[in-house]
Design a protein around this ligand. Sequence first.
Ligand code: M6R
Length: 587
Amino acid sequence: MCGIIAYLGPKDAPSVVLDGLKKLEYRGYDSWGIGCLSKGKILLVKKVGKVGQAKTSDLGLGAAGMAVGHTRWATHGGISEKNAHPHLDCSGKLALVHNGIVENYQELRKRLQAQNHKFVSESDTEVIVHLVENYLNLGLRKAVERAASELKGRSAFVVLDSSGEIAAARTGSPLIVGCGEGEFFIASDIPAFLSHTRKVMYLDDGQMVMIGKAGPQFFDLASGKEAKKRVVEIDWNVEAAEKGDYEHFLIKEIMEQKDTLWQAISQDEAKIAKVAGQIKDAYGTFLVGCGTAGKVCMAGEYFFAKIARKHVNFAVASEFPSYESFLQPRTLMIAVSQSGETADVLEAIAAARKKKARVISLLNVFGSTMMRVSDEVFMVNAGVEKAVVSTKATTAQLSVLLLLAYASAGRLAEGKRLLLDTASAVNDMLNPRYEEHIKRLAERLHQSEHIYIIGRGLNYPIALEAAIKIQETSYIHAEGFAGGELKHGPIALISRGTPCIVMAANDDSFHEIISNAMEVKARGGHIIGISPQNNEVFDYWIKVPDAGNASPIVNIIPVQILAYHLAVIKGLDPDMPRNLAKSVTVK
Ligand code: M6R
């Protein structure tokens, strides 16, 4: 969703901010803008579309030592220059960018209009800059404090004041301060300034920061008291967040699964065993996540059922309100999220905390909001994932859940052995010949209108996840089903040549899924088998290692590669699919 980067320091601020926006492109957005302070005046540039190859010389902003930039993913108001950020107050002395949603913006807007504030956009954000303006006679810090106290919903905003200061407040969406040599940054995520500094300070929820030439000062929004902060040194390297020799982040990240599975498995075994004990003792465990992470949670439910004979409940985070009445202090919630910022998951966690339930999170982004609101955190160690389409974080999350399931069965060593063997098999599998084989399949399928995917048992959630991958990259209608469900309706969709991907793991569901594939083939379906062994029903066979209970991990990888090549063949951007965002910070 929206991205923020602000800069104050000796370098050319518009250039630093423009570069930062390019680093934030992966978040997904539809328009962008930069505001800077040049010779005492605030100047703006706003554009619809992508930052792409834009150069500072194209911006026409001139030299400046202070600037703020934003990538907008439209929520309130269409995709237009006027709705893009930054937004100005009536006097043109304040420029403001914002992530999140102002849920009460209609009433605030009416009130401010009645006080003669002039609105020029349809965006909910514009009310914030007029609110700050309203209280500016109290000084910038107090004005931000007052404005933030009136906003409902999750937000983070940064305001640039023509007096030479930057203020930022966090009420739900992340903001991080970067501290270089005599220069300071504020951003929604670290890659925006990683090429300048690795020293960061995290704003907590309900805090604000004032940055002038002397550096940052943090305050608690509610009490106004100064808050002390620690400088944290981030160990990410710049290369990890770049494409290197690959054409796209997506294929780079798919290939990185050769290493990331090993990293995911390297967990503190004592901690795994402790959490497994908590799962056994809990009065109900909920696995919650959204989108792909939601499918990982569903796979987790199957892992626990099959391996530990333990019933844990999977719930889509946005649907969790329907389960809230089951929460109590002995409930356990396991939240799965690569970004650690997904609004629906944060809401489910808030509900759990309210009932004093214990919260454990599986995360990939260090320092994310979920890290701060969880009792225990497992980092899945997949490294920076920039493509909107999640791949290496997914298999890393599956690995950690599988470890937990084995630990709950009292068989942690066996689970670890299985995962180490799987990581080694994936390492062998991901070679250029394998990719080429799947690319040929993409060449056959790229004009398909529909692609169906079926799986059973552990691979039913993976059939659903496979559909998400194909939808996101290729915009082809893809849908996953439990193999046994086909004859209860969906088989009516099959006609001559309809592609159907069959996840046929070498487990107790093998013969039944092959029968389901036969049923599809009998109606003209074109069968693509993902399986350790070939079968006469397959028209196209993609071999995967026989990974036993880890089959979901190996089976999703060929579909990730297929999804990538479908996008490339169709001339689509595999890294930034239309309408999507990397972290979904609104409900
Ligand atoms: O950051 P999260 O893991 O919480 O994100 C959840 C979903 O938004 C995410 O998995 C989404 O479905 C991906 N784009 C899938 O590739």
